[in-house]
Design a protein around this ligand. Structure first.
Ligand code: FQP
Ligand code: MG
Length: 213
């Protein structure tokens, strides 16, 4: 995928799993797509997360929704699930399977890597990542083992250090602070609870979309 095309997909990157939803995750995804999300990541993680066949079956349903909407479908952490579902890409963190081995397994699929320092960002570039997630930018409720809060300056620092790879900010991003993340140099914002936890999912996505365009 061309860098510019991926940068557009990264604009409003919705991440969720059943744990993040108070209603049917398939309905939440459909409403988020109606609200203008540009990329989706299935992240089935945390207390009460689905396992095995249930995890696979929900992934299958969510992938079909993305396929119908022309939205790339990314799997978090679970490379085998990504391969089994023929996902459009995989996102791995520093403690997941090594990015360079995932790159070898996934060929021309999208490879995203979580980074928290310039050294990790440089390594992700070296390992062939197509984009990096940078954060947590603000305090987050969606990740109980999150690294320390970085603020938007980490995004500015990465660009100043010539990291030109597409990058998304992640961690506590809402409609109120999304614009500063883009202004600091991110190509897009990744959100979980700001959309999945909203009373009106479509409205929440629309509001965020208006801040990142
Ligand atoms: N799922 C993610 N997606 C992104 C993305 F860039 F896509 F927004 N950035 C970061 C993460 C965090 O992934 P997680 O598996 O919870 O933690 P870790 O990074 O420690 O593996
Ligand atoms: Mg991970």
């Amino acid at each position: 995928m061309k860098q510019q095309e991926l940068e557009e997909y990264l604009s409003l990157y919705f991440i969720m799993g059943s744990v993040n939803c108070s209603q049917d995750p398939v309905e939440v995804l459909k409403q988020a797509i109606d609200g203008g999300i540009t990329l989706f990541q299935y992240r089935e993680k945390g207390e009460g997360a689905l396992q095995g066949n249930e995890k696979y079956r929900l992934g299958e349903k969510l992938k079909k929704v993305c396929l119908n909407a022309g939205i790339p479908f990314i799997i978090n952490d679970d490379v085998n699930l990504g391969i089994a579902l023929d996902a459009d890409g995989i996102h791995v963190g520093q403690d997941d399977e090594a990015a360079h081995t995932v790159q070898q397994k996934m060929g021309n699929k999208i490879l995203g890597v979580s980074t928290h320092t310039i050294a990790e960002a440089r390594k992700a570039v070296f390992d062939g990542a197509d984009y990096i997630g940078v954060g947590p930018i603000f305090p987050t409720r969606s990740k109980d083992d999150a690294n320390k809060v970085q603020g938007i300056q980490i995004l500015q620092q990465f660009r100043e250090q010539q990291i030109t790879l597409p990058m998304v900010g992640i961690g506590g991003i809402t409609a109120a602070n999304a614009k500063q993340v883009i202004d600091a140099g991110a190509n897009g914002v990744s959100v979980i609870s700001a959309i999945a936890g909203a009373d009106n999912v479509k409205q929440a996505a629309l509001q965020l979309k208006s801040k990142v365009l």
